[in-house]
Design a protein around this ligand. Sequence first.
Ligand SMILES: [Cu+2]
Length: 135
Amino acid sequence: MKRTLIIMAVLFSLTLVSCGGAGGASTKINVTMTDFQFQPSQFTVPAGQEISFSSANNGAVVHNFVIMKLGTEAGPFFDDEDIPNVYWEVELVPGGSTDTSFTAPSEPGEYEVVCRTEGHIVSGMTAKLTVVPAE
Ligand SMILES: [Cu+2]
């Protein structure tokens, strides 16, 4: 019972946060990967919607766009224990690009995005996906 209340309080505060700056929700993500950055590194999408995802790897090594599940983070290094916490991911070889899509998480909140290639998180290859309630 107590736990339920805490979860509800967290969800409520997340709702307040997203109402504060929810202006730019989009069903399109267009991101460039370089060594070692996502550009841009902040995305806002509506919950549960189909999101078209376009990306190019302009770097010299393999990069990934990995969305972690709500409430999980990969930490400084992505390892085996992080695999069950992956919500969605795509991998691009150097010079590669993709046009694909995924379904946005149904739960509003802030989701961590990382590149799982070894050493890239500590090199700064992280981003934030904000999921806001669909209208
Ligand atoms: Cu990377």
